[in-house]
Design a protein around this ligand. Structure first.
Ligand code: PLP
Length: 364
């Protein structure tokens, strides 16, 4: 050996491809590639972030005590059972690190969140892909994939990149069908976009069952993607195991302060949810009008729409056509979706603009 050799399972990882922030020529009309909040963040959160600059030389609170209290108060949880991460991405990695390893299997859906595969392979475990049902999560397919080696099931609800959502009865049926040794991770990165009456009751399961972890993030509706803060909730035993491998000071001082203020800014969150629902429905309607050109919107409960291209104009052509007009969206050939574009809901102007650009592209 003439040089260090990475573990083989590490070299099997296809690196994560983030949403682009610049067009080919550098001109950006709208960045609709990363499901960020087009309304920004709450003014109170920005103010709290700004005020935190006085203690740059000090480490953050390693226990994130105030943040955990604020999260627990907002969702009626036990603060001792809240874990926090550098984005919920870190929480997903902690789950994989604590509960899966070489020889184990981890299940997720075919069009699932890209981080699940990276987190699985990183610990030397084997990804097992459950087929979708018309792009949505198929509980029966997941249950059929379970073996003695299964250790984790990752389900995002709503799912990214499809935007699909399964009802609480389906989540309950999934949990009930899993062996007791399997950790069910319900990734709720977009939970705040769901109307309260449609809640999938994932947190209720995490409160009462010994094998359910719910993850949430401040990156999406709260508009704090730059600060990288997520959290998770599970039994005391699961949280204890995850803390053992968590980086000691993984959430910044300014980030903790901003997140606490963001949780209190319920008006901003409500306005963001209403804006998103209004423009998502409008945008899906515009796509429906392009149905004769082979465009189809997958039904979404999140802050983006997956648009399928099943006619003359391909997703790749539309991706470049939008790019030429300054609209950055996500084309996902690396995730098995060469026929689709994921388009985040932007401001009113951005959403109308991207719809008009698609009409133009389809008209040739
Ligand atoms: C965006 C997203 C996350 C995590 O984002 P963080 O910024 O790391 O908190 C997790 N899961 C899904 C499904 C997402 O879309």
């Amino acid at each position: 050996m003439t040089a260090p050799i990475p573990k083989p399972w590490i070299m099997d990882i296809a690196p994560y491809v983030p949403g682009r922030s610049k067009t080919d020529d550098g001109r950006v009309v709208a960045k609709l590639s990363s499901n960020e909040n087009p309304l920004g963040t709450a003014p109170q959160a920005r103010a709290a972030f700004d005020a935190a600059h006085g203690s740059l030389e000090r480490y953050p609170d390693a226990g994130a005590a105030e943040l955990r209290e604020a999260i627990a108060a907002s969702c009626d949880l036990d603060p001792a059972r809240v874990i926090y991460g550098t984005g919920s991405d870190e929480v997903l990695h902690l789950a994989a690190g604590a509960f899966a390893g070489p020889g184990d299997e981890v299940i997720f859906v075919r069009y699932g969140f890209a981080v699940y595969e990276i987190a699985t392979r990183r610990v030397g475990a084997l990804p097992v892909i459950a087929p979708d049902r018309d792009y949505a999560t198929d509980v029966d397919a997941i249950l059929a994939a379970v073996t003695d080696k299964t250790r984790i099931v990752f389900v995002a609800n709503p799912n990214n990149p499809t935007g699909t959502f399964i009802a609480r009865e389906e989540i309950a049926r999934l949990h009930a069908g899993l062996p007791k040794w399997v950790l069910l991770v319900i990734d709720q990165a977009y939970a705040e976009y769901i109307d309260a009456e449609d809640d999938d009751h994932g947190l209720e399961l995490a409160k009462t069952k010994p094998n359910v972890l719910v993850t949430r993030t401040f990156s999406k509706i709260f508009g704090l993607a730059a600060e990288r803060i997520g959290w998770g909730y599970a039994s005391a035993e699961i949280i204890d195991a995850m803390h053992r491998i968590r980086a000691p000071f993984n959430v910044t001082t300014a980030g903790q302060a901003a997140a606490i203020a963001a949780l209190a800014a319920t008006d901003f969150v409500d306005a963001s949810r209403a804006h998103n629902a209004q423009w998502r429905e409008w945008f899906a309607g515009e796509i429906e009008k392009l149905g004769n050109a082979g465009l189809r919107a997958v039904p979404s409960k999140a802050n983006f729409v997956l648009v399928l291209f099943e006619g003359q104009v391909t997703a790749e052509q539309a991706y470049h056509g939008l790019m030429d007009r300054g609209y950055i969206v996500r084309w996902l050939p690396g995730q098995g979706l060469p026929n689709a574009l994921r388009i985040s809901i932007g401001t009113a102007q951005e959403t109308q603009g991207v719809a008009a650009a698609l009409r133009e592209i389809v008209a040739g």
